[in-house]
Design a protein around this ligand. Sequence first.
Ligand SMILES: N[C@@H](Cc1c[nH]cn1)C(=O)NCC(=O)O
Length: 431
Amino acid sequence: MSETTKNAPIRLGGPRAYFMWGMGLLGYLFAVICRSSMSAAGIEAANHFHTTSTALSGFLYLQLFVYAIMQVPAGVLLDRFGARILISCGGLFMAVGQSLVALAPVTWLAVVGRGVVGMGDALVFISVVRLISAWFPTRQAPLLTQLTSVTGGLGQIISLYPFAWLLRLAGWQTAFLTAAGTGVCVAAAILMTVRDDPHQSSRRHERPEGGLKSAVRGLGSALHSPGTICGFFVHATTWFPVNMMNQLWGIPFLLAVEGWSRGTASAFLGAGVVINMVFGPLMGRLAGVHPIHGRAAVVYVSIGAQIVLWTILLLTPGPHPMWFMVLLLVALTSGGPASNIAMDYVRDTNRPANLGAATGFANTGGFLSSAIVFLGVGVLLDMQGATDPSLYTAQAMRMATLIQYPLWVVGLTGFTLMLRPTLQAIRERRA
Ligand SMILES: N[C@@H](Cc1c[nH]cn1)C(=O)NCC(=O)O
């Protein structure tokens, strides 16, 4: 490295920063395509594996579970090896997983494939968040994190349309192998272009002294930071209702309680993508400019609106007027961008060396609460004798979704208790 390069001033948030973010975003977009590809395959998936759609929801559950339990190890690995290596490895894992799904002669091998996809997926989002922290000024980072979520979320549309179209046109193997091939290209492009940190002299990650042991110790320090725990509660409390509706129980709920058709229910939930596009940048800007009161206000308003509207929905008979349902959708959808505020609390209260572990831990929150709710709704339906979709009555569905309330109580209490020390830590850092 020449002296000039060494001493050149580093411009955070410049064109190079946007390039690095763009490459990370490409990795995340690919991850979202992979995670949603099986649901987009819909009936073809059930036919391909000669199984039912209920059994297929097991694929989703496994993927979610693997993603959640991988977050902390992924965070520690991120601190040790850096975002470039982790996003590339994530792309390769997902490519292997999609290949297994494409070629599996038996269903269990495809299940393993989905697990491998979940493992690869788990490495990506927190690594992109880490890239943002390294390349952008503190005020801008929340907006970039939100834009990552919003743009990455478009991967679901790619799965639902171009991918599903390819599947119908060229068949199962071609579609999933095309996804796998794309993953290899994405991983190679990231490996060749991304630099983890503008302060580094080359693309090689400058590893922390003490190696993996020190990265594991970093997890201990991350857990001692109030912002990490606060972030965990934000993520755990804001996001599970919209995730529950979008991923698994939304359509059966709307069919049973509102008496809607499947088409209306899908279109209604799909409209959330547009609402997300509005909320994401707005909340990102607010969280960057008003880190003390703005972020907390977003979290409380989002959770409060969700609780109030769910309670009205459950206490009043359906079908509800459309204006009310739209309000509910707006409140529910706000939970996605609000959950990203978790990453802002983590970023502003942890040392850069522990940021991966801290972000991974906070990002477990929403996946853990979602897993509890996904399973809890199913168990509560079973307990009422609604063991099959044809037996899902409005009453059974209403009772089953009550599972959300204990999670809200625990989450709100945890957030409120951790908020004060977190804000104190942020103030001290900024002083
Ligand atoms: N905060 C969520 C994603 C989100 C935001 N808005 C809508 N969804 C999150 O944790 N994402 C992690 C990931 O891997 O997608």
